[in-house]
Design a protein around this ligand. Structure first.
Ligand SMILES: Nc1ncnc2c1ncn2[C@@H]1O[C@H](COP(=O)(O)OP(=O)(O)OP(=O)(O)O)[C@@H](O)[C@H]1O
Ligand SMILES: [Mg+2]
Length: 251
């Protein structure tokens, strides 16, 4: 469903993503991990057509994002790390606008919008301007707007940042259900718990390069650590922090 072949991205002379390859099957929930600045958001932005690819090729659902961007955009939902949305619309107006863009059938639209606002506990806020929403509420309305148009592929950047524990639980359940419904999810996250409970396959990117990819078991074998938790595996692959002089530095 998602094919990333030899993809690189440079910002000026700096290579942010360096020749990465990934194949994600339909119905897979893929966890994309890596330290801050590793190249995750850059990769997601190339997948969605927001950033131009320097070399290589990305196709989603058989469509090349560089050659057929509209076809790709019809079948994907993108939940970015920061929710930039139309602040002067109310929550309901924004969802109605998205439903219009994606041709959500008129007879289904009203009920869907109502149910999604209820699901994300935004029903009391539907008629308020988005500019009055908190960060977590904005993230939830973006998530609702994606589910509304029922994409085949979800591309999600840091879904849990800003969400309270109850909302995070709701989102986790939604992801599980979407996976069961055969949707493909590509999730960039720092939440190792999300990855352990949700993802069939994981990939770790570091300094723009894919360090490992595969199932949890395969990644563990590559990590050469006796420990079994994903945190230890992640630290073993990406480097554990030196905590010996922390107090010296903050004195
Ligand atoms: N617009 C830009 N111009 C120049 N450099 C950029 C730009 N966007 C990102 N970078 C650089 O590219 C690298 C990868 O950034 P990216 O945002 O993809 O990382 P990330 O893996 O998403 O990190 P995080 O976990 O902090 O979100 C970083 O070194 C960053 O400084
Ligand atoms: Mg990022």
């Amino acid at each position: 469903m998602i094919s990333i072949q030899g993809v690189s991205k440079k910002y000026g002379k700096f290579t942010a993503v360096d020749d990465i390859n990934l194949e994600i099957k339909k119905g897979e929930i893929f966890g994309f991990l890596g330290p801050n600045g590793a190249g995750k958001t850059t990769t997601l932005k190339m997948m969605t057509g927001l950033l131009k690819i320097n070399s290589g090729k990305i196709s989603i659902g058989g469509f090349d994002i560089s050659k057929e961007p509209l076809e790709v955009k019809k079948i994907i939902g993108y939940i970015p790390d920061r929710p930039y949305i139309y602040e002067k619309l109310t929550g309901k107006e924004f969802l109605d606008f998205v439903a219009g863009i994606y041709h959500v059938p008129y007879e289904k639209k009203e009920a869907k919008i109502k149910n999604l606002l209820l699901l994300f506990e935004l029903d009391k806020w539907g008629d308020e301007l988005i500019e009055s929403y908190s960060l977590g509420m904005k993230q939830k309305i973006v998530m609702a707007s994606n589910i509304l148009h029922d994409p085949e592929v979800y591309i999600v950047d840091e879904p849990m940042v800003g969400l309270d524990p109850k909302s995070a639980k709701i989102v986790k359940e939604i992801f599980i259900d979407l996976g069961k419904a055969g949707k493909t999810l590509f999730i960039s996250t720092h939440s190792l718990e999300i990855v352990e409970t949700l993802c069939n396959n994981i990939g770790i990117i570091m300094n723009g390069k894919m360090v490992v990819k595969g199932t949890f078991k395969e990644v563990k074998e590559m990590a050469k650590t006796e420990k079994t938790g994903l945190e230890d595996i992640f630290l073993s692959l990406t480097g554990a922090p030196d905590l010996s002089n922390v107090l010296e530095h903050i004195k």
